[in-house]
Design a protein around this ligand. Sequence first.
Ligand code: NIG
Ligand code: FE
Length: 422
Amino acid sequence: MVVDVLIKDISQLITVKSGIKAKKGREMQNIGLIENGWIAIKENTIIGVGSGDIGSEFKIQEHTLIVDGKGKTVTPGLIDPHTHLVHGGSRENELALKLKGVPYLEILKKGGGILSTVRATQNSTLEELVNQSKKSLDRMLTYGVTTVEVKSGYGLEIDTEIKQLEAIDILNKQSNSDLVSTFMGAHAIPGEYRHNPDEFVDVVINEMLPIVAEKQLAEFCDVFCEEGVFSIDQTRKILKAAEKLGLKSKIHADEIISLGGAELAAELGVVSADHLMAASEEGLKMMAEKDVVAVALPGTSFNLAMGKYANVRKMIDYGLSVALATDYNPGSCPTENIQLIMSLGCLYLKMTPEEVISAVTINAAAAINREHEIGSIEIGKKADIVIFDAPNLYYIPYHFGVNHVDIVIKNGKIVVKEGRLI
Ligand code: NIG
Ligand code: FE
């Protein structure tokens, strides 16, 4: 077999060996570490993985690119399974409000928060949205993120929702990253429906969803299920309608108030339930039984600064597959830095570095239904690989807040070198 790219002498090769399945509970500790490892790539696929000398069945030719992995830690391309990447404007004005003690949901109630980003997004052209989002997407890639889930939800009316989804589609086609698209028309109640939110639910179901489905612009549907936003019944109604049109489901569940979002996630058998800072133990156990991936977003807890983090130790005890994501958005978590999220996972969610690696690779892949093609370094999977300038995996979350990426390989090609886009 002819090899196009060979990464050799890798000090710590983290394969996350898992086949095509998410890691549940204690399995998250097993990350398939190989010392003195190598990876062989042909075109955009991994064709060999091992330790020591590369086998004689692999042909190294003149064109073969050989990358030295000495002193480096290598992981699968990282996956960010929850972002609100595409939006207009920014919300630095909310920092002062937060410091004065104004709660996140209070800012939203007064027409700020998500609703102020809705105005900025409505006022942006498609081109402006693509350009602004491309900057963040490229930054994510330099941090080692090769696949990103992106939600709409800053339109709250069909034209802007479609504009956001089109921006996601354009970025998916034009950038080196892979994007997975989620329709989130039910992200907030627009001001004009404040007194009759059920009417807006009907608009989402009867007017928005059929157009989104027809244009095939989204793979998932997500709802912000929260007190004062969408109730359990409204969320159930929207996600059932979405499923009928062929969209898979996700829920922003039990972020601030314990509403029963985790229980609903289990009842509907959604692909992932995200946030879960206020989820009940019963709800988490029900999710484990239904194989719902729990996506924890410690950057949001950190930035909301309410001292409330998801109980990931319990989730792991209950046998849940836990993933981590940035939740990148202009309000509750304006950061693209997945490596910072990994540090917060260790420091505030009390996850081990091994569990954190599983959470940003195979389990993050499962949170967006991609575990069959990405999330581990195994024969047949996509050649999405990150080479960290770090002597071992512990170094990455330990030395926090900075970028440790040296090289990113996306689809078999080097796209980041010395931490910079090439
Ligand atoms: O996941 N919680 C709801 N939605 C986003 C925040 C969006 C915003 O504040 O703009 C989240 O945290
Ligand atoms: Fe979110």
